[in-house]
Design a protein around this ligand. Structure first.
Ligand code: 6PG
Length: 528
């Protein structure tokens, strides 16, 4: 039974003087790790009073001190520390709105079950903000039906995003959304709608209030986390492509990290402008405090991963959506982690040595690499959007790709200036089947593809691996090829397994089989 009607207007806020209107808190927050702590402080910056709980009480103490250090003297605390789930519920206005930021998987259910034991009600809302697997969110909505409303909001932007404006991908019960929307649009990153550039402020207590919020309702539960999963798949590809470009400069052109950083900074002023480009330059410039040598040379080349890129690649395989650049990026991480094997193989396996580039040739290749990175990046994003479109069809989600591109323009890890062009492409043509055939992107690739091909050729001749970049070019070439060798493949399948084939000269869908062992079948006379 619903205790009351859900409020349509969102949760109430503090008065202007910073004093809470009552002792009750507007929102509960469970899980005060890096993301939870920063999201909570973002909420309080927007005037919400938050009751906090974490199994680790030191984290509760930490956020209380953070609040004390950030609020003006003499003002009321904006966070209330709780030592149990029951205490947390007792401090919240009804119906309760509770955010969770706990590791994906069992910990989410652990918290949900504790909330049930503590007396959570059917009209209370629990919002999972972690990196949950989207199918888990779908199962949870069903599992907790009647006990509370399970809602999910995927969050991107890391620590700084969480604190000063993340990109948010909410999905679930539309009725609950009416209550959550004002909260999420308040704390989300903001974008200048004209330029598509983020509006930023990193000053506690001075949140951005103008601009377009990077939060939009994605669809039924699971859809938001699916979209975030694909965001992360694109993130893997984008990062890998930047790393491959660095590798060519490092191993073929023998450039020092600081010199590469300078090139990346220059690129960041143009069409490659993005958060990942910016931080890559910063990482390359950084010296190791211990040895005073470039930090990148001290960092072990074994990539970690928490699973979201892998989930994207698995989903692409399941849905049958070609996302090879994303998958290549996941495989590149796996291969990097085989460090001992690679070290041993480097002693035995040979490859070409890079030629000596003249200054002029070096400058030329650097210029071409910029275009190669740009074209590859377009393909990675095209794959991500194509995957969302195919998955959306399969799961009955009506995904708005123009809006999704818009909420990725700020706050999230893959924020980039060219997401503005992606949003415009989908706004112009809602039925767009692939970004590659949007007139703007088609023209861009036509213009830069010779440089893209040349860069990959140079990398290959120098023996520098660039799996993601190569897979992006193959994706492009495959997508634009009217007749692929799948005709021969179908012949092979029919030959050994009678798997049948369709014919180009007969109606689609009709299946044919050739009796390959029939000596009377017509054959080309080949001299053996
Ligand atoms: C984000 C990030 C965030 C996290 C990745 C890291 O959007 O804020 O994607 O979710 O940094 O999950 O993933 P890996 O550890 O797998 O690289």
């Amino acid at each position: 039974m619903m205790r009351t009607h859900l409020k349509q207007e969102g949760v109430s806020m503090q008065n202007e003087g910073g004093k809470a209107q009552s002792a009750e808190c507007d929102i509960g927050f469970i899980g005060l790790g890096v993301m939870g702590n920063n999201l909570t402080m973002n909420l309080v910056d927007h005037g919400y009073r938050v009751a906090c709980f974490d199994l680790d009480q030191q984290k509760v103490e930490a956020i209380r001190s953070k609040d004390a250090s950030e609020r003006a003297d003499g003002t009321a605390p904006r966070v209330e520390g709780c030592s149990s789930y029951t205490e947390l519920l007792s401090k919240l206005k009804a119906p309760h709105l509770i955010f969770l930021s706990v590791p994906a998987g069992d910990p989410v259910d652990h918290v949900c079950n504790h909330l049930i034991d503590a007396g959570i009600q059917a009209d209370d809302i629990v919002v999972d903000t972690g990196n949950s697997l989207w199918t888990d969110s779908v199962a949870r909505e069903e599992q907790y039906k009647g006990k509370f409303i399970f809602f999910s909001t995927a969050v991107s932007g890391g620590e700084v995003g969480a604190r000063f404006g993340p990109s948010l991908m909410p999905s679930g019960n539309p009725y609950a959304w009416t209550r959550i929307e004002p909260v999420l649009t308040a704390i989300a990153a903001k974008v200048d709608p004209e330029t598509g550039k983020p509006i930023t402020s990193h000053t506690p207590g001075e949140p951005i209030t103008e601009g377009e919020p990077c939060a939009t309702y994605i669809g039924p539960v699971g859809a938001g986390h699916y979209v975030k999963m694909v965001h992360n798949g694109i993130e893997y590809a984008d990062m890998q492509l930047i790393c491959e470009t660095y590798h060519v400069m490092r191993n073929a052109l023998h450039m020092a990290p600081a010199e590469i950083a300078e090139v990346f900074r220059r690129w960041n002023d143009g069409k490659l402008n993005s958060y990942l480009m910016e931080i890559s330059a910063e990482v390359l410039e950084q010296l190791d405090p211990e040895t005073h040598t470039p930090l990148v040379d001290v960092i072990l080349d074994k990539a970690g991963q928490k699973g979201t890129g892998l989930w994207t690649a698995v989903s692409a395989l399941q849905v049958g959506s070609p996302a090879q650049t994303i998958a290549s990026a996941v495989f590149a991480r796996s291969l990097s982690s085989l460090k001992d094997e690679r070290m041993a193989a480097s002693e035995t396996l040979s490859g070409p040595s890079a030629k000596n580039y003249s200054d002029e040739e070096k400058a030329e290749l650097i210029h071409k690499l910029e275009e190669a990175l740009y074209c590859s990046k377009i393909c990675a994003y095209a794959q991500g959007f194509q995957l969302m479109a195919m998955a959306g069809k399969e799961h009955g989600w009506d995904l708005d790709f123009g809006e999704i591109a818009k909420i990725w323009r700020a706050g999230c890890i893959i924020r980039a200036v060219f997401l503005q062009s992606i949003s415009q492409a989908y706004e112009k043509d809602e039925e767009l089947t692939n970004l590659l055939i949007d007139p703007f992107f088609a023209e861009q690739i036509t213009r830069y593809q010779a440089d893209w091909r040349e860069s990959i050729a140079q990398a290959t001749l120098a023996g520098v691996p660039c799996p993601a970049m190569m897979s992006a070019l193959s994706y492009y070439d495959s997508y634009r090829t009217a007749v692929l060798p799948a005709n021969l493949l179908q012949g092979q399948r029919d030959y050994f397994g009678a798997h049948t084939y369709q014919r180009v000269d007969k109606p689609a869908g009709k299946k044919y089989h050739l009796e390959w062992s029939d000596p009377a079948r017509p054959q080309t006379a080949i001299k053996r």
